[in-house]
Design a protein around this ligand. Structure first.
Ligand code: NOJ
Length: 509
């Protein structure tokens, strides 16, 4: 059971309105009480923050806003003493434009060795004023930026995130050094950013727009930016480093939806885990959710990896909001949590989901995600799901920070959402998560890696684990009969032998 700490928004000990490593230390008791096994901490390395830390200027240091290396070591020691493992983010696909290599590349002539660590190319058109190919950036606009001497460089994300060329031996060697650096300090593993990137096709050919829409595929074989076969050699290099240490792991952020192609990342000498984003992208209906579960299980079936379930993260709207927001979204999120936590394998919880945090509608002037500007202010970006976590009290910053002026504003009215307010309330989201995680950790009914689908009323999902756990999720729009067995936990009260609408129940059947 992993817990994602989005460092800017988890806990701020320094009082500057931005979360930090020391803040995480102060909140370890919350994570222990919650019942998680391991943390994933998003990037805390020196960075100009063009993409809030995913633009790394030095992968082997700590951004002063977040603390320092001794502070990281102290957090690691405290977490280990509390029985929690710690994994950190590895961002190999690109560096920051403030990385010393990129500065060197800009200061060097076209064709020079310093440019060979990135993708510098001449442009097309008479005077080279057209980008070298037609690839779009994930954040909007072209994936190329021109430099004053006329060449262009590739950035699949923001211009401040130039892509590194892993065909260059120094780039690979540096990644290995980064792995050793953190492994020697004692981290238990890595979450690998854009783990399906890193390998680019020879010659960087144009992508072909779809005939019907004229749009580029953003997943699948048409998308030449990602999931190129060459990426697997790199995962084998990473794995070889991890295997030099005891009991370390890597999970990949792999946005690949073909089961077989995703499974390829989980071969015995590659990643230990790959996020399966099907649950996160599924609609709140029985068919979508069942298909998400089936595909996720089919993906890992031929591999040594367990399934890896994700409902929310810092890149997508939170599931309370995706499922309709307000009371409806919260009710469905409670049921979704029981679905996620009933499934065999590994689960990730995004900070604040255990409190039922929704996305926040932020005003234009506070938006910070590069997507907002790069989309010509047509897409609001990901800030809404990144608002700081409310811990206690009745007014911003709800004990997240001593400053009331947090990096993204926290709304009024979040008193009841705070961890403190929820801790003593058995009906709260926090209590549901605590109970569910305790059961999942200790009860033998969760044994076994298989899921056996059970006959269920139309619009419901029901399955059994070999240990005896039965999970039923009612998405039918009407109450359904409670299956036989002892009720272990339910997301809503089950009375009169019925499971209410948008509720889930765990039974020992
Ligand atoms: C995926 C990360 O989760 C996201 O936040 C980031 O913007 C991109 N990778 C680029 O690093």
């Amino acid at each position: 059971m992993f817990y994602q700490v989005y460092i800017r928004s988890f806990a701020d000990a320094s009082g500057d309105g931005v979360g930090d490593l020391a803040g995480i230390r102060t909140r370890l008791p919350h994570l222990v009480d919650l019942g998680i096994d391991a943390l994933w901490i998003t990037p805390f390395y020196p960075s100009p923050m063009a993409d809030h830390g995913y633009d790394v200027a030095d992968p082997r240091g700590v951004e002063p806003t977040f603390g320092d290396l001794p502070g990281f070591d102290a957090l690691l020691a405290d977490a280990h003493a509390a029985g929690l493992k710690v994994t950190v983010d590895l961002v190999p696909n690109h560096s920051s434009s403030a990385h010393v290599w990129f500065a060197e590349a800009l200061a060097s002539a076209p064709g020079s060795p310093a440019r060979a660590r990135y993708f510098f190319r001449d442009g097309r058109g008479v005077d080279g004023s057209e980008p070298p190919n037609n690839w779009p950036s994930v954040f909007g606009g072209p994936a190329w930026t021109r430099v004053p001497d006329g060449q262009w460089y590739l950035h699949l994300f923001a211009p401040e995130q130039p892509d590194l060329d892993f065909g260059h031996p120094e780039v690979v060697a540096d990644l290995e050094e980064t792995l050793h650096f953190w492994l020697r300090r004692g981290v238990d593993g890595f979450r690998i950013d854009v783990a399906h990137g890193m390998a680019k096709p020879d010659g960087l050919p144009d992508m072909v727009p779809a005939e019907d829409t004229g749009l580029f595929a953003d997943d699948g074989p048409g998308d030449l930016r990602f999931d190129q076969d060459g990426v697997h050699a790199l995962h084998r290099r990473v794995r070889a480093v991890l295997d030099q240490y005891d009991d370390r792991m890597a999970v990949g952020e792999v946005w690949v939806f073909d089961d077989e192609r995703l499974a390829a990342y989980l071969r015995p000498d590659e990643l230990h885990l790959a996020f399966n984003f099907r649950l996160l992208t599924a609609d709140w209906d029985a068919a979508s959710l069942r298909s998400a579960v089936e595909h996720s299980l089919a993906t890992v079936e031929p591999t040594p990896a367990p399934a890896c379930w994700v409902l929310s993260n810092h890149d997508r709207p939170r599931h309370v909001t995706r499922y309709g927001g307000g009371e409806l979204g919260t009710r469905r999120a409670r049921a979704a949590a029981l679905l996620q936590l009933a499934l065999p394998g590994v689960a990730y919880v995004y900070n604040g989901d255990e409190l039922g945090m929704p996305d926040v509608d932020l005003p234009d002037e506070v938006l910070q995600d590069p997507i907002w500007e790069r989309s010509g202010r047509t897409e609001r970006g990901r800030d809404g799901c990144r608002v700081p976590v409310p811990w206690a009290g009745d007014a911003p910053a709800y004990d997240f920070s001593a400053a009331s002026d947090t990096w993204l504003p926290m709304p009024a009215g979040w008193g009841p959402l705070t961890a403190q307010a929820q801790a003593g309330d058995p009906a709260s989201m926090l209590s549901l998560y605590r109970t569910a995680l305790a059961l999942r950790r200790t009860s033998p009914v969760f044994a076994g890696a298989d899921v056996q689908w059970l006959p269920a009323p139309e619009g419901c999902l029901a399955f059994r684990r070999s240990g005896g756990l039965v999970c039923l999720v009612n998405l039918s729009g009407a109450p359904v009969p409670l299956p036989e067995g002892e009720v272990l936990l339910s997301s809503e009260p089950v009375t009169d032998g019925a499971v209410p609408v948008d509720a889930a129940v765990w039974l020992h059947g």
